[in-house]
Design a protein around this ligand. Structure first.
Ligand code: HEC
Length: 100
């Protein structure tokens, strides 16, 4: 009985840790989808598609928005929520989606 409880607690901790990083990025991407679309294909004609764009290019744009080197109010606000690892993961994610 005692063993089961300990095993259960260990598993919960393992699952919690394993999921943390990835689910963080997913929770950010949900916000991006409002403008850039669920699959990185934007609905609004003034918003660029991100799907299939080059990973390094996407990453550099996010860094530039964050530094305000590329000026855009909404993207500046969005990029402030990301750290370097998030920006790399997000660039990786969108570059892996099929372009349209
Ligand atoms: C309020 C709408 C909005 C939201 C939310 C938003 N974006 Fe954007 N994004 C834009 C617009 C508009 C541009 C074009 C900026 C410009 O004209 O320079 C842009 C540009 C970009 C670019 C540059 C694309 C290119 O081809 O140069 C990237 C990368 C990007 N967004 C990523 C994201 C990510 C990642 C998120 C979520 C964290 C996000 N955006 C959330 C509106 C938005």
């Amino acid at each position: 009985m005692r063993g089961w409880i300990l095993a259960g607690a260990g598993m919960a901790v393992a699952l919690g840790c394993g999921g943390a990083g990835a689910s963080d990025v997913r929770s950010v991407i949900v916000e991006c989808a409002a403008c850039h679309g669920d699959e990185g294909i934007a609905k609004d004609v003034e918003v660029p598609n991100l799907a299939g764009q080059r990973r390094l290019y996407l990453y550099k744009q996010l860094v530039a928005f964050r530094k305000n080197a590329r000026k855009h109010k909404e993207m500046r606000v969005m990029s402030r929520e990301m750290n370097d690892a998030d920006m790399r993961a997000i660039a990786e994610y969108y570059s892996s989606l099929p372009p349209r």
